[in-house]
Design a protein. Structure first.
Length: 121
């Protein structure tokens, strides 16, 4: 349980630290999604939905751009989405590694302390 709480704490700190960066990525996705939506004649909600489905590389295929300009902007949205996902994965791996090292370090410290204590007979 200590590992999980430590991981969540480290993950939360890193997300807060990089929130402006992640927010900027999200803003790019939403803005370009709305531009594509206007070009394609979609509603604002459908453009929002499509942009995040595309950015997170899910791609259901229920809505897709047809015009060349929209397709070019789709490539940019997908690339920004991959960068966004990469940053979140890096944060997750770093937090898990640090939490694991902290957990192992604490366990080794306990074992070393037990070995150094005099044994009573």
């Amino acid at each position: 349980m200590e590992f999980t709480l430590n991981f969540l704490h480290l993950f939360g700190q890193a997300i807060l630290m990089l929130l402006p960066f992640l927010g900027f990525f999200s803003l790019i996705v939403v803005t370009l999604g709305q531009v594509v939506g206007r070009i394609e004649g979609w509603s604002a909600f459908n453009a929002f939905y499509w942009s995040f489905i595309t950015a997170f590389t899910v791609g259901y295929g229920d809505i897709r751009p047809v015009r060349k300009m929209s397709k070019a902007l789709t490539i940019i949205i997908a690339m920004v989405g991959i960068m966004f996902t990469g940053v979140v994965v890096a944060i997750t791996v770093t937090a898990a590694t640090q939490a694991f090292n902290d957990s192992i370090g604490a366990q080794i410290g306990v074992l070393c302390t037990q070995e150094l204590q005099p044994q009573s007979n």
